[in-house]
Design a protein around this ligand. Structure first.
Ligand code: NOJ
Length: 456
């Protein structure tokens, strides 16, 4: 089999994780700059101050993407780089960086996909209450407007938010990511309200300012449960669990964030759990929040047959000795079949895989190459599952490997390496890993090479 025509074979990144240049050319602090400079938040006291220095080296990085043959590249814009205080004055030099990056990508034949918000809230806005402030949707809308005005002549794909489950769930409910807060349920419900409106207002702003027809989505994550067997009952049970709203950590699931935006109402679970405490919206506000989108982006790494999820949010191991990555995440290729299937069957939009990959402990071998066999096998298995979903009629329009290059894995620092390009942080030397060369072949053959060694 080959993949659909014009399939977006891509890779992903996020501003704070790769750019560095944390205070260059007028940029001010994001919450990640701020909290990484306080002791105790990031492994080994590391920061994103320099990271991969992509801000200064993007041309070299785009050349490597071209060498791999990427069709698309998903990156995020740092809000405090373009609007240093979060609202008000625009920093032309910051905007110019993204404009130059977009030009370089297009020149290399690579479709740019922009995520507006990949967690780096301007610190100035955090000091005004951040996502708790009812003005936050207006702040986000104004920011979206600036980006659309400047970049939508050349960029067609936009995502409003990356993983509300993590920046709100882990950041503001559980307190494991910046800004490391633990808020009560009513506050979380108020934050959720602001989030839905921020998304809706940003989509309107993008469409109003667009210089060409845009394709707009979001890039959530969320636990996907795998059927314990292939019986229809088990498949239904896994589907039900995948969209359940969990009483304790209700912000970590799929449907809490997606149902209002993609269906225009809360799920039955959410209604049952919160009743009158649920955020209320006028019909106009519902229309704004749930306005039509073009695709369902999804960041997917692992699935589990265990239900419910343990308190740390990550599924327990699949079975004794089961394969796991450096971050202890399960290797479960089936999730790349069931996630697109379940999400499409509920939300009826084409699926875009916005992230998938694995953390390894890669290093450069004596021969100068990076032999990341495990990543190649991981990708091979996951992509075969994706191919199976496509064969079963699920419309999937793209796949983005996380990540294009090794980078700062948030609180885990630089140890877990997710890239297809190895980065030596002492010298900033880049080396294409074996997986990058393997992926190049997959892209060149539009997926056909995946089937050379397998009967799947
Ligand atoms: C989710 C996030 O979007 C990304 O920033 C992170 O590095 C990867 N997945 C791996 O954890």
């Amino acid at each position: 089999m080959t993949f659909p025509e014009n399939f977006l074979w891509g890779a992903s990144s996020a501003a704070y994780q790769i750019e560095g240049a944390w205070n260059a050319d007028g940029k001010k602090d994001s919450i990640w700059d701020h909290f990484s400079h306080e002791p105790g938040h990031i492994a080994h006291g590391e920061t994103g101050d320099v990271a991969c220095d992509h801000y200064h080296r993007f041309r070299e990085d785009v050349a490597l993407m071209k060498q791999i043959g990427l069709k698309s590249y998903r990156f995020s814009v740092s809000w405090p780089r373009v609007i240093p205080d979060g609202t008000g004055e625009v920093n032309e030099q910051g905007l110019q960086f993204y404009s130059d990056l977009v030009d370089a990508l297009l020149e290399a034949g690579i479709e740019p996909l922009i995520t507006l918000y990949h967690w780096d809230l301007p610190q100035a806005l955090y000091e005004k209450g951040g996502w708790k402030n009812p003005e936050s949707p207006a702040w986000f809308e104004a920011y979206a407007r600036v980006i659309a005005r400047r970049l939508s002549d050349r960029v067609r794909y936009f995502m409003t938010f990356n993983e509300p489950q993590i920046f709100i769930g882990l950041g503001l409910q559980i307190g494991a990511m910046a800004p490391f807060e633990q808020n009560d349920t009513d506050t979380m419900l108020a934050i959720s309200r602001n989030f839905y409106l921020a998304h809706g207002q940003a989509v309107s702003a993008l469409r109003q300012e667009a210089r060409q027809p845009l394709k707009i989505g979001m890039a959530p994550t969320g636990d996907v449960y795998l059927p314990k067997s292939g019986t229809p009952e088990d498949v239904e049970e896994a589907r039900r669990a995948s969209f359940a709203v969990d009483a304790g950590a209700f912000t970590l699931g799929n449907s809490w964030w997606a149902d209002p935006i993609f269906l225009g109402h809360f799920s039955e679970d959410a209604e049952a759990l919160f009743g009158d405490r649920l955020p209320r919206f006028t019909p106009e506000e519902w229309a704004l929040i749930a306005q039509p989108l073009d695709f369902y982006g999804f960041n997917v790494y692992q699935g589990t047959t265990h239900y419910p999820v343990p308190a740390d949010g990550y599924p327990d191991y699949a079975y004794q000795g089961s394969p796991r990555t450096t971050l202890d995440w399960n290797v479960t290729p089936e999730v790349m079949y069931y996630a697109p299937k379940f999400l499409y069957e509920r939300y009826h939009l084409p699926i875009m895989i916005t992230e998938n990959g694995m953390a390894g402990m890669d290093w450069v071998s004596l021969d100068g190459h990076v032999h990341d066999m495990q990543r190649m096998d991981f990708l091979h298995r996951y992509l075969l599952s994706l191919g199976k979903a496509i064969q079963d009629g699920i419309p999937v329009i793209g796949y983005h490997h996380w990540s294009i290059m090794d980078n700062l894995e948030w609180c885990r620092g630089y140890d877990p390496r997710f890239g297809m390009i190895y980065v030596d942080y002492r010298t900033q030397k880049r080396t294409l890993k074996d997986s990058a060369l393997w992926y190049a072949d997959v892209i060149r053959t539009n997926g056909k090479s995946l089937y050379a060694l397998s009967d799947c």
